[in-house]
Design a protein around this ligand. Structure first.
Ligand SMILES: [Zn+2]
Length: 154
């Protein structure tokens, strides 16, 4: 049997949603207004989780202790986004990264900024794993993750 081209059905789906944050995420986001990054500590494995979580995803123990962590940290990994796709937070190019904030045991996903992106070939010379960064806070904070505009090189 000759190979046929697969038939393709094209379309798009809009999926608006609302999500009740609950008490732990509500406090996490409210504390950002005061430039505080809060985590919760697992009583079993002692990991500090950021963003704060109701329970430890490794142990399934309920977290009970709140811990303020630093707004400075180290880049665990990063990616330069240069192409457009649906649902992007901003037009490319931009850098998305995982940051190990001082005092946490899990990485926070956020933007890495304060980097010249005019020549994307040179970005890899300016950003590296292990690089120290700190939060660039917005002047007007609203209690959401974008109160931190990005993490910039220290
Ligand atoms: Zn745990």
């Amino acid at each position: 049997m000759a190979k046929e081209k697969p038939k393709i059905l094209e379309g798009s789906i809009s999926l608006p949603y609302r999500w009740a944050l609950g008490p732990v995420f509500t406090r996490f986001f409210e504390e950002l207004k005061d430039k505080k990054i809060m985590g919760t500590k697992c009583p079993k494995c002692n990991r500090v989780l950021v963003p704060a979580r109701k329970f430890c995803p490794r142990c399934f123990e309920e977290t009970t202790e709140w811990v303020q962590v630093s707004d400075k940290g180290t880049i665990r990994t990063w990616s330069l986004i240069t192409f457009e796709f649906s649902g992007q937070p901003m037009p490319p190019p931009y850098i998305s990264g995982l940051i190990d904030l001082d005092g946490t045991d899990v990485a926070l996903s956020h933007f890495i900024g304060g980097i010249d992106l005019s020549n994307i070939e040179k970005v890899k010379d300016r950003v590296r794993i292990g690089m120290r960064v700190e939060a660039k806070w917005r002047d007007e904070r609203q209690g959401n993750i974008h109160d931190i505009e990005y993490f910039k090189p220290v």
